[in-house]
Design a protein around this ligand. Sequence first.
Ligand SMILES: Nc1ncnc2c1ncn2[C@@H]1O[C@H](COP(=O)(O)OP(=O)(O)OP(=O)(O)O)[C@@H](O)[C@H]1O
Ligand SMILES: [Mg+2]
Length: 320
Amino acid sequence: MKPIISVRGLDKTYSGGFNALKGIDLDIQRGEIFALLGPNGAGKTTLISIICGIVNPGQGNVTVNGYDIQRDYRHARREIGLVPQEIATDSFESVLGAIQFSRGLFGKPPNPAYLEKILRQLSLWEKRDNKIVTLSGGMKRRLMIAKALSHEPSVLFLDEPTAGVDVELRQDMWGMVRGLRDSGVTVILTTHYIEEAEEMADRVGVINRGELVLVEDKKTLMQKMGEKELSLQLPTPLETIPDSLSDLPLRLNGDGSELIYRFDIKSENTGITEFLRRLTSANIEFRDLYTRESSLEEIFVNLVHSAQHQGEEQLSGEAQ
Ligand SMILES: Nc1ncnc2c1ncn2[C@@H]1O[C@H](COP(=O)(O)OP(=O)(O)OP(=O)(O)O)[C@@H](O)[C@H]1O
Ligand SMILES: [Mg+2]
């Protein structure tokens, strides 16, 4: 199937001369949840804003459902619902009035049943006659989503959807986003909460300093980049790692009562047997052991960290 969004060679330099995006190539598949991760200022909002036609692209091409965002702006824009990062919602309009109005802006005929469905899905139906100023913060965020969905877009962009949202509401929103995906909507979200990407995304893109350093299936990414740790609980804490073990990937935690051995999931020989044998030779006892996989967060931090310290080219080479 053809991707629903296709970005080719996208470059953006803001008028002040800042080069915010550098040669972005990206395809978004129909019906997936795609998470765009990256530190502050990486270019996430810039990328989304260009695809949504809010910021002018510099060089490159973007199509949405086959429509070129510049040549065929209106068609492209109708395919898209956007929940922006900065939301302004101090309006005296009613909830229902606001989403009817948004729908109208796209030239769509009224469809009360559809609007009722999305308000119910977002638990806002009870509040439909409330003025927006009277909603709680979380409700306002959900209203922004309802507005973005009001014209039945095929792609929904959520720019930091759960920033400042409490844990419970975050869970609700995740459920809602999955529901949207199940109903055929493609979802692209940016987030600082890596657990959000880990929990939700089918694929993950990491952007750093305007470059897309990696795009990968989430599961593959976690397998490919993942490391495991074997943690040993020591009855007698160690002050330092003995010289006889200094060539091993070991570290001590806390007061020295936890010894951690790092190994690579993909490697055929994890070296664990050898490690345990040498531990015995060194007369180090342990009373318990367990393994732990690295989270997407650690993978992400490593990626961004190494991009900053080793130079981006090398990293994007490794990632392919
Ligand atoms: N209108 C603008 N004029 C000049 N520079 C801009 C403009 N908008 C954004 N930038 C710069 O472009 C870079 C990318 O900004 P962008 O908002 O895309 O980052 P982001 O990844 O969304 O960050 P955050 O996680 O903080 O939302 C930043 O260095 C920012 O200062
Ligand atoms: Mg942003």
